[in-house]
Design a protein around this ligand. Sequence first.
Ligand SMILES: C[S@@+](CC[C@H](N)C(=O)[O-])C[C@H]1O[C@@H](n2cnc3c(N)ncnc32)[C@H](O)[C@@H]1O
Length: 354
Amino acid sequence: MPRPSRSTARNQKPRSAPERYLTYELEALPGLEAVAEAELREVPQVRGGGPLEGGGVRFQFAGDPARLERLRGAVAVYRVASWDVPRPKALMGHQVLGELTRFLAEVARQGGHTSFRLSAAGRDSDTYQRLAEMLSEGLELPYRPDDGELLVRFRPGALEAGWDVLARTTPRPLSARRWRACNMEGGLNATIAYAMHRLAGQRERDRIFNPMCGSGTLLIERALMGPLDAMVGVDTSPEAIRCAQTNIQAAGRRIEVAQVDALNTGLPDRSFDLTVADLPWGDAIGSHGGNAELYPLFLREMHRLTSLHGRLVVLTHEIRLFEQVLRAQSRWEAQELFQVYSGGHHPKAYLLWK
Ligand SMILES: C[S@@+](CC[C@H](N)C(=O)[O-])C[C@H]1O[C@@H](n2cnc3c(N)ncnc32)[C@H](O)[C@@H]1O
């Protein structure tokens, strides 16, 4: 039998239609777990859980699974089932295989997945190959090892002995936004953009500036988070501006973007209450030498453009350079917000205020 989570067993109430709490796990980029968990706590009918040792946040949820698809700080959400078996081979036993197949079929039916794949240490072993064949038959879904939509992960139990099976609830990760019709080298992971805005705070009266907007990630994520007064993005690259416009249209939003140098906008002093910037990191975009010139000029010009009680949120992978530049100036107070691990990089985000 799949183990009922303890909390489900203990909290069942004698009602005609008891709430059915199912077990889930949320995956966030390393460094953004707290942001993702804070967002999760705002969802009604979520309970229990907490961070797991190896990453991820385990929780129970009794609502419509589609509600979890609206999480913006998570990379992905998985349904979780656990079996008290000593090794994966035992998942192919008649009874357990039936339970596993029913569990995965329910996730696939809710998520509309049209194929599946497995992720496990030793995935290419005979055991997993045989399991894939059996599941393909039971689920009536093709097994596509490289790009199957229903991602099924196998791992030793995170909380108890046995094996956990995690099934991703959506065919694509939540971080792969539907609005991203145009990809750009150096494009920001949308969950990082969400985290930057969440920690900057949302104010309806904010006039927001996104210098160096690239493909528009920070603009679109903010627009999706709620009301604001005004927002504009600029970039010197015409391709970036075209890319941002494509994405903004795909998101169904109206956001002004323009091909303008962020350091020479010609805008009056104190035009913005919040500036959010993903600076060139000096690898895919820009160079270290260029950044050594750009960063001090950027901090000076953003100070001019920021209102008296305004704030500036900056993300960069050039941490040593940025901190050097911060120490050498006296205009801004600064606080580190997070350091995140994403795509082989580990950029830091900072909050600056006057
Ligand atoms: C790291 S990328 C931004 C990526 C963006 N956050 C996204 O999600 O696509 C940095 C961007 O800064 C732009 N840029 C560099 N110097 C600039 C400047 N002085 N003014 C405006 N844009 C600039 C580059 O063209 C590039 O698109």
